[in-house]
Write a protein that binds this ligand. Structure first.
Ligand code: SF4
Ligand code: SF4
Length: 220
């Protein structure tokens, strides 16, 4: 009998907790409510159109489980997953100048790029190609911290799994680009902060200087 006794006791403890939780929820009228979801009812038959965001409130007792993907935890603004490259919504200008600083500071060295050239072969301050290997990225945010052009930011999207984990996880320029409007929506506090407003002002000035220089070159 000694053999397996511990396993049996462990299962009985789990069963006891399971039954206590159920009877408690039935007694308190919470059996058909989402745990931690306030008054949100459990969806027994269909997946809701808008996925509920669940956060354990002070009233919730017992074990708290978020039933992902039908439920999810709230996404906080400073939550960071993978980098994105921002282009300005108003003029479509890609902010990245291909300065290579992000690639130099990236600890696992998962960023690489090549510079664009004008039709007469002169280098221009834009990336022709820009890649990030998302499987190697460790979500540290260093690229975003060091970028002098406010061009690379950390995004919230973590649902990038698929059936192929080599080529599809190497993001190109087109995969990485997001509009400044998108960034302002996902990071409203950061976007409105004095630091970022000042930074955007500096970047706009630099952009204007580059434009004037290009115009001068084209005239003469
Ligand atoms: S993202 Fe920023 S740091 Fe990286 S190359 Fe572009 S401008 Fe430079
Ligand atoms: S978040 Fe960190 S690891 Fe990922 S690309 Fe940026 S610097 Fe590299």
């Amino acid at each position: 009998m000694a053999l397996g006794k511990g396993i049996l006791i462990g299962h009985l403890v789990t069963l006891r907790r399971f039954l206590l939780t159920f009877t408690h929820d039935i007694r308190t009228g919470k059996a058909l409510k989402r745990r931690g979801g306030g008054d949100l009812p459990v969806d027994l038959f269909e997946r809701p159109k808008t996925l509920p965001v669940i956060q354990q409130d002070t009233e919730t007792e017992g074990i708290f489980t978020v039933e992902y993907p039908d439920e999810r935890l709230p996404t906080y603004e400073r939550f960071r997953v993978l980098p994105v490259l921002v282009y300005d919504q108003e003029d479509g200008n890609v902010r990245c100048t291909c300065c290579n600083i992000c690639a130099k500071v990236c600890p696992p060295q998962c960023i690489w790029m090549s510079q664009a050239h004008s039709p007469d072969g002169k280098p221009v301050t834009l990336p022709e190609e820009y890649y990030i290997d998302m499987d190697v990225c460790m979500n540290c945010g260093m690229c975003s911290e060091y970028c002098p052009f406010d061009a690379i930011k950390m995004d919230h999207n973590f649902e990038i799994s698929n059936y192929e984990r080599h080529q599809t996880h190497i993001y190109s320029l087109q995969d990485l680009l997001v509009s400044s409007e998108y960034y302002a929506k996902t990071h409203p506090d950061a976007y409105a902060s004095t630091e970022q407003v000042t930074e955007r002002g500096k970047v706009a000035k630099k952009k204007d200087q580059r434009l004037q220089k290009a115009l001068q070159l084209s005239r003469g």
